[in-house]
Design a protein around this ligand. Sequence first.
Ligand code: ZN
Length: 333
Amino acid sequence: MKKYKSIIKYPLLLAVIFLVASCGEKQDQNVSKPLYELTPNFRIPKFDSDNAYKQVKAQVDFGPRNPGSRGHYEELLYLERELKKYADTVQVQEFNYSGYDNEQLKLTNVIAKYNPSAKNRIILCAHWDTRPRSDQDPDKSKRNLPILGANDGASGVGVLLEIARVLKNQKVNYGIDLVFFDGEDYGKEKDLDNYFLGSKYYSANYKNPNLPAFGILLDLVGDKDASFTEEGYSLNYARDVVNMVWGIASQINANMFKPKEGPTISDDHLPMNQAGLKTIDIIDAELVGAETPVKRRKYWHTQGDTMENIGKNALQQVGDVITHLIYTLKFNS
Ligand code: ZN
């Protein structure tokens, strides 16, 4: 009898203590819970680099896509058509820009939204225009020609178009905006005022009172022997996001992601960060300025930026990291 009594009493006491303790813990958690975290998910869909590769090639097949060109016009139609298959809404954000020698440019950002009214959002972005000149080409007679931009333009878009398809087939419960910037590569060397035209316009006109939790920019992500070091501005503005992304890469053995600080690159993420849209850049930084020691890889801003340099492995690794992030990301409120 005594024994029986104590058994009843003891768990009751424990239950009371537990209740108090767990309430306190809950309150503490509410205070300290992060906005979002990564949680295990055993149903991560497959990112298909064959599709991504085809999407890169489809763009390159339009020819150069510098503003005002036929390829630019055709790719815009293509992007809208593809994204309407996959996203909940597709918006085009058109604007005019007065360029060099008073050239009047018609530029368009394309924005594909998933869960457009969700408060918690992330941005995934890339530039879809290509450079109107090959100013780094070793052959001086070719420096006025527009580039094909298989890597510089088409690769990031190709990965995002495949992500768009994946998102259609397996929904998430927060908002994702896929943003395709125009006019990234219009500027002459070192004239940053005439670069990043689309991302500047997008950032200045960002109307949603709910800022994205973070953004990820993809640029030069398709080279056969790609190497993604941690980019300087990304570390300055969004070190936690860099750590999260490179952490995922290490977890899933995406070995083109190098967990070390690399060069600082001005890119579309810079105007975004300056406008308060926290964004990192996944970029094969040693291509920029032909810093790479590998001869084949010295094609940035030349006529050599063609499909021959594109490898499915890089598209797969970047796609896997982004897919993994998307489907393990959980918002806490
Ligand atoms: Zn470029």
